[in-house]
Every structure is written in structure tokens, then in C-alpha cells.
Design a protein around this ligand. Sequence first.
Ligand code: FES
Ligand code: FES
Length: 204
Amino acid sequence: MSKPEQFNVSRRDFLKTAGVGSLASAVTAVGEAEVAAQSGGARAVGPGEVPITLTVNGKRVDLRIEPRVTLLDAVRNRADLTGNKRVCDRGACGACTMIVDGRTVYSCSTLAIEVQGKQIRTVDGLASGDRLHPVQQAFCDKDALMCGFCTPGFVMATVALLEKHPNPTPEQARRGLDGNICRCGTFVRVMEAALEAGKAVARG
Ligand code: FES
Ligand code: FES
């Protein structure tokens, strides 16, 4: 696979635009970045669509998107992988949690263009055919959901937790999942599911 081209859109530029309330204004920021790049020699792109290549659940995904597009929007709206949900859309709830190079990220607050060349995992890629991933199975067995909007994010956070701490202690589970919120209040059962999944993974 050819190495995708890397672009220069800094987190500072992204957060600066998000801070004024509209991702749409990222177009302006990228325009400013272009001006800065002309003097600094860095490669800048946008505000129009550019080709990018993502690796999602082990598969290559070629897209044309504006640099302001988030990883969540790119995966849900362009790659048609709709497992991970948009809830707060501002990095506060964790429903959009994906795993990028082994670490959880809020995909609503991550630019797609920034994660080219990295291994992106979404909840869509966990099951093997009809066989659920042990974490998904544990959430079903423990009835760890009500409306379900938070569930994909909790599942991905639990997968990352177990990769770091197979068979975690309750404290490790609490810390591993503390970036996710359930508005329906199923925390007790989510915690039970995470610990149960850990035992299942430890049993092999
Ligand atoms: S939708 Fe991304 S953190 Fe809430
Ligand atoms: S089950 Fe409804 S937000 Fe968690």
C-alpha cells in the first residue's frame, strides 16, 4: 500500500476553530494556515476537498474530503460505517470513541486528515461474522445498555482497556472507562460487563 500523503493541519488550528463554535470556520483557519505555510515552507491544504487514505478495521478507504472533516463524519458519512455514534459532537461524552494505533480517541474531535497512516478501529469491525467480540457479548449478557447511544463508545473503550489490562481490577476498569458517559445511567452494568469481558478474555 502506498504511504498516504501527510497534511499540515495542526491541532491548535482545529481547536481554535472549534472554540469559536463552528467547524465550518475551519475553512478560514486552513486558509490562514496556507498563508503561514507560504512563509514557513510547510505543506498546507484546503479549504476544498483533498484525497485522503484511511485504514479502517484493516481495510483501505480512499476518500475526498475537506480538511475540516472529522474522523467521525468521514467514517460514518463517507465510509458508511455507522456503528460509532454522534451524541455531543464536542468531545464530552465518548459515544464516538474509536481506537487509533491502540489508543482511544474521540472521533468527533479528531480530524480525519490527521490520522492517515494509522490503524483506525471502529465498533463495526469487532464481530467475526455472526460471532460477537467478547466485549460485545458481555454487554449483551449483562444487559449493559438502555437507549444504546453510548454503547459503541463504551465497547471500544472496554476493548482498549482489556488490551492494556487483561482481566482488569474494578479500579482499572473505572479509570479506563472514565472518558465515557451514559445518560441513561447504566454505569453499574457497564462496569459488570467490562469485568466479565475481562474474565472471558483471560479464559481465552
Ligand atoms: S460524540 Fe464525540 S465525545 Fe460525544
Ligand atoms: S444506554 Fe442510553 S446513554 Fe447509555
